[in-house]
Ligand binder design. Structure first.
Ligand code: DC
Length: 228
């Protein structure tokens, strides 16, 4: 049973490395709902610009790329496979180069305008958890439950360092995160900010299961009929 017996939307926003994607995957599995990773959609656009040798700036070429792009997700065990134009790009979009390029691409108004309907479409006719920066402010301002997941930069850098396959040091990971936070928060287009009605969870001293527990407690408190 779902809240009010209808499909529902949970949004989860916050800065890089706060744990949004890991938490979203677990919540999606627990509630048996879709997981929509909007950051991966910006990463897919970044990947496509690189592959098609198109500069990450407004142009007729970029417009055409966006018109034809097909991005889809496929749940697979603990993984969320990402496909762009039917090529699997799950690992290819998780590199420091893609971190930077996705951040640049996400500041381009044309890109945001093209992805917004695709993001809404992905959650059409299903219940979903949407992970992003503007999920609760722009994509789904009427979401049933909004979470803003934050953590100290040092905790976020430690987590990112563990995830990165490349040999990087804590200082450079921390600097890259701070630069991305600044770019994502200060841009004119849908900057990262907490929606007034979003619940703030600080994950600095919480592990993933504790964060999930907190979100599920909030969810079931709001929608007791969903507790099975
Ligand atoms: O969550 P992530 O690191 O995969 O996101 C990649 C980039 O896309 C990051 O710079 C923030 C940006 N982004 C955004 O602007 N809006 C979203 N809804 C999701 C991500």
């Amino acid at each position: 049973m779902t809240p009010r017996n209808k499909n529902f939307i949970i949004t989860i926003d916050g800065p890089s490395g706060a744990g949004k994607s890991t938490v979203s995957k677990k919540i999606a599995a627990r509630l048996n709902i879709s997981y929509i990773d909007t950051g991966a959609m910006y990463r897919a656009v970044a990947w496509a610009t690189l592959k098609q040798e198109i500069a990450p700036a407004e142009s007729a070429e970029l417009e055409q790329l966006l018109r034809n792009i097909k991005i889809r997700f496929q749940a697979a065990a603990e993984k969320n496979l990402v496909f762009c134009n039917e090529q699997e790009i799950t690992a290819a979009i998780r590199t420091p180069q893609m971190d930077k390029l996705a951040s640049v691409v996400s500041g381009i108004p044309l890109v945001r305008k093209a992805l917004l309907p695709l993001q809404r479409e992905a959650a059409k006719d299903c219940s979903a958890i949407i992970d992003g920066r503007d999920a609760g402010t722009v994509i789904f301002p009427d979401a049933d439950l909004k979470i803003y997941l934050d953590a100290d930069i040092s905790a976020r850098a430690q987590r990112r360092l563990k995830e990165q396959a490349a040999a990087l040091d804590l200082q450079s990971v921390s600097k890259a995160l701070a630069d991305r936070d600044a770019a994502d928060s200060s841009r004119a287009q849908a900057p990262l900010r907490r929606a007034a009605d979003a619940i703030l969870i600080d994950s600095t001293n919480l592990d993933i299961d504790e964060v999930c527990e907190e979100i599920l407690t909030r969810f079931f408190a709001r929608f007791p009929e969903s507790r099975l």
